[in-house]
Design a protein around this ligand. Structure first.
Ligand code: F6R
Length: 613
């Protein structure tokens, strides 16, 4: 979950590293550091807190050189203080290293190194790696071989980058397992590397993603790729299409605000080129789906975490309704531990913005072990989830930087709808007319999203009312039950207000006891097949003195008499309504957090890519 950047070339490495780290700060932000080779010795600057602290430190104590590495941390072992910040230096001061991942056998390795006389200067698991490298360097071999020998001791999933003042013409980077992505960028006489694309996109779009157990030795002229056993490998350079400007804040105060407002474009791009409105055909070429396999599928299990799992819940309703195919949703962290029943006629479909979430990747591996076909809906291009899938749908939203997911929630809702239509078509469940009708509904989505966004000033007024509340209940039914979960998650993670999402029908089984004046209830009640049930729920809440904020369809007079406040949304086909009803809830959570003076893009304790279990 940490961010890593590296540079080697004719320019000064320090500003390149700092600007790369700025773009990766969403990955972790409790400490940051860099190391640069200056006049043949390694200079390290690091501090606790956000990247700004490192920037001020570097202003006070400048450092300059042609080669350097940097890190922004999400603490796993050891407090987020300066001594635990990366880079970590060994005993000789000749080698430094930055790391993303967890050394699962670090206690064992630390004891072993301690008996060899090594003294530790941090509480991190990472420090064992640099001492292991030094152990082998002392046997007169070079950095490359020492790294290979050292890294073979590690258990777990890692991205590791190291440099040595004795070999100031190279950076060694390795990836082990799923979670520690490393991407190497190729420039003209200069090379870049990072844990994630946005850090290097302003410099190059020509990249190589390291696979597990691969190590790259990077000089300013290029890269040698090898396995951790030293076998040389060929590499193929990919040119990525992402626009670096997409990773800038532009006129917006926060990335999250920008990303909420990008949803007209991202929903348009999600649909563009994938449906033919004339014929109603859906094209998802990267899914590699044959008619024969579509007809063979007996069950789909959708796995995901957090916000992505709420998209999965909507997907279950869509696939079951449109395709009549049994579909389960599993929280990825639970799936792998409950001996799931899947076989070669099951599709395990992962949904992940980052494509790096450790639990999701492990659940995919559990599906693979049992012979299931692996599909994914992923945003990060070249990510592990995308690469290990038999077929994928790419989200087409561009980079999502705000830690709270927004546009990467609405995109998969549409992807799942298109997938359902495609499967229904290939399995002969719908005819051409039904196919055309279903596909026609998609055309309206971007415009309806845009209409919701224009209502931000009205949503802001509701935010004013709720800004000081301590608790909030979100209720929904049917296809908008996941919207309630998502609305509550957005509020709690951004504003630290305790919020719960509930299936509205469950209220009478306990939670209704919580209803009182000080417990606002957000009821998601658009004109969908569950509308009347939601009306009863709103009435029951009002009868107990609760304050109701309804998400309701334009022109619904009944709701305006029942609810205290209304977040209006335009009329939409119920199957696509979650992509619309969630928009005011994203804005509501965003506005409340801003009013409370909180860090919207980087809420406390969170990170964008959750690469630990
Ligand atoms: C919440 C949020 C998280 C992610 C979850 C899965 O706003 O962003 O709940 O949805 O950590 O992440 P991905 O989609 O990267 O697998």
């Amino acid at each position: 979950m940490c961010g890593i950047v590296g540079y080697i070339g004719p320019r000064d490495a320090t500003p390149i590293i700092l600007s790369g780290l700025k773009r990766l700060e969403y990955r972790g932000y409790d400490s940051a550091g860099l190391a640069v080779i200056q006049n043949s010795s390694i200079e390290v600057r690091r501090d606790a807190g956000k990247l700004e602290r490192l920037v001020s430190l570097v202003e006070k104590e400048p450092v300059q050189g042609k080669l350097g590495i940097g890190h922004t941390r999400w603490a796993t072992h050891g407090e987020p203080n300066a001594r635990n910040a990366h880079p970590h230096m060994g005993t000789t001061g000749e080698v430094v290293l930055v790391h993303n991942g967890i050394v699962e056998n670090f206690l064992e390795l630390r004891d072993e190194l301690a008996t060899e006389g090594v003294e530790f200067h941090s509480d991190t698991d990472t420090e064992v790696i640099v001492h292991l490298v030094e152990r082998y360097l002392s046997t007169e071999i070079g950095l490359e071989e020492a790294a290979r020998k050292a890294l073979r001791h590690l258990r777990g999933h890692h991205g590791i980058v190291l440099i040595s003042s004795k070999e100031p013409d190279k950076i060694v980077a390795a990836r082990i397992g799923n979670a520690g992505g490393v991407v190497v960028g190729f420039g003209e006489g200069e090379m870049f590397l990072a844990s994630d694309l946005p850090a290097i996109l302003e410099h190059t779009r020509d990249v190589v993603f390291l696979e597990s157990r691969q190590m790259a030795v990077i000089t300013e002229d290029g890269m040698d790729l090898q396995t951790l056993n030293g076998e040389k490998l060929e590499h193929e350079i990919h040119t990525v299409a992402w626009d670096p400007v997409a990773a800038e804040k532009g006129e917006y105060r926060h990335f999250m605000h920008k990303e909420i407002h990008e949803q007209v474009r991202s929903t348009t791009d999600t649909i563009a080129g994938r449906v033919d409105f004339e014929s109603g055909e859906v094209r998802l070429p990267h899914l590699n789906l044959s008619k024969e396999f579509a007809q063979q599928i007996e069950k789909i299990v959708v796995i995901a975490c957090g916000t992505a799992s709420y998209a999965a819940m909507v997907g279950k309703i869509l696939i079951e309704r449109i395709v009549r195919l049994p579909t389960e949703v599993d929280i990825a962290s639970e799936f792998r531990y409950r001996d799931p029943i899947v076989d070669e006629n099951t599709v395990v479909l992962a949904i992940s913005q980052s494509g790096e979430t450790a639990d999701t990747l492990a659940a995919m591996a559990a599906g693979r072990e049992r012979g299931a076909k692996l599909w994914s809906i992923v945003n990060a291009i070249g990510s592990q989830a995308m690469r290990i899938s038999d077929g994928y749908i790419s989200m087409q939203t561009g980079p999502e930087i705000g830690v709270a997911s927004t546009k990467a929630y609405t995109a998969p809702l549409i992807d799942l709808y298109m997938l359902a239509v495609l499967l229904a078509d290939l399995r002969g469940v719908i005819d051409k007319k039904q196919r055309r009708e279903l596909v026609a509904e998609l055309r309206h989505v971007p415009d309806l999203v845009g209409q919701c966004l224009q209502r931000e000033p009205d949503i802001q007024k509701v935010a004013e009312v709720l800004r000081d509340t301590s608790h909030c209940l979100y209720l929904g039914r049917g296809i908008n039950m996941p919207t309630a979960y998502e609305g509550a998650l957005k509020l709690k993670e951004l504003s630290y207000i305790h919020a719960e999402g509930y299936p509205a029908g469950e209220m009478k089984h306990g939670p209704i006891a919580l209803v009182e004046e000080d417990m606002p209830v957000v009821a998601i009640a658009p004109k969908d097949p569950w509308y009347e049930k939601m009306i009863s729920q709103i009435e029951q809440t009002k009868a107990r003195g609760g304050m109701v904020v309804a998400v309701a369809t334009d022109g619904d007079e009944l709701i305006s008499t029942l609810a205290d406040l209304v977040l209006w949304v335009p009329q939409v086909n119920w199957m696509l309504s979650p992509a619309i009803t969630v928009i005011p809830l994203q804005i509501l959570a965003y506005q409340i957090a801003v009013m409370r003076g909180l860090d919207v893009d980087q809420p406390r304790n969170l990170a964008k890519s959750v690469t630990v279990e």
